[in-house]
Design a protein around this ligand. Structure first.
Ligand code: URA
Length: 240
């Protein structure tokens, strides 16, 4: 694909179009090894090698990042008070248009996807898709086996909203794995509250067949291939 140099740089980095034009004027950009100072030069995104400050930019139409969200940051693109999941991304992963595909509460940890692909996020979050999410919850007391049936039957929340049937698995002690296929506000905490439990900590470990990478520490993120990102759709209702 042919694209203007300034547009290409702003789409592949966190620089705005204006900042990209300035970077070009300031001789920070090379194309195939030669410094280029004209923002309107058209480059071939498949064959030309564009570098900013000596770092080559591999063209990607969209990016998909897996983050191990730590506690204490909010799942938003910006916030006047709180640190966001975008604020903690390492500089080399920053890029215009990124947003979290879905939300975890400030105190919830675990698997969060960041992308700049609106269609992908829309598909993933669409209630019609029934994408299953798996969480590990630590409760304030040992759960009774009856919660398994309650999750399977569909729990009615305090405000009267009825949840679709989910799954609960007792992991021993106060730990429970739960799977749900909706994304109501504070859903897991409210489901447990309806059963008389308080969630002490909550971690999301899977979305569909995509598992949180065990090599990531809280706060870290890495890029995923498009195929890996598609794993979120790889479980259907029957199999999950
Ligand atoms: N359910 C919750 O209660 N909180 C989350 O962050 C995710 C699911």
């Amino acid at each position: 694909m042919k694209e203007r140099l300034d547009k290409f740089i702003s789409s592949q980095t966190a620089l705005s179009r204006r900042e990209a034009q300035k970077a070009i004027r300031d001789a920070r950009v090379t194309v195939n090894g030669a410094t280029v100072r004209a923002a309107d030069v058209r480059i071939d995104t498949d064959s030309d090698i564009v570098a900013l400050d000596g770092q080559s930019l591999t063209y990607r139409e969209n990016v998909y990042y897996m983050m191990y969200k730590p506690a204490g940051v909010v799942s938003a693109t910006e916030d006047r008070v709180e640190r966001t999941v975008l604020d903690i991304l390492p500089p080399e992963l920053r890029r215009s248009g990124l947003f979290p595909a879905g939300r975890l509460d400030k105190d919830t940890t675990g698997l969060l996807i960041l992308t700049d692909d609106g269609d992908y996020a829309h598909r993933m979050l669409s209630p019609k898709k029934h994408v299953w999410k798996r969480y590990i919850a630590v409760l304030d007391k040992e759960p009774d086996e009856s919660i398994i049936r309650s999750f399977a039957d569909g729990i009615t929340l305090g405000d009267g909203a009825v949840c679709k049937s989910g799954k609960a698995e007792l992991l021993g002690g106060t730990r429970v794995a739960v799977q749900i296929r909706e994304g109501k506000y504070h859903q897991v905490k409210r489901m447990f509250a309806a059963l008389g439990y308080h969630v002490v900590s909550l971690e999301r470990v899977c979305i569909g067949a995509l598992e949180l990478d065990g090599r990531l520490s809280p706060g870290e993120a890495r890029e995923m291939s498009r195929d890996e990102a598609e794993l979120v759709f790889a479980l259907n209702d029957a199999k999950a």
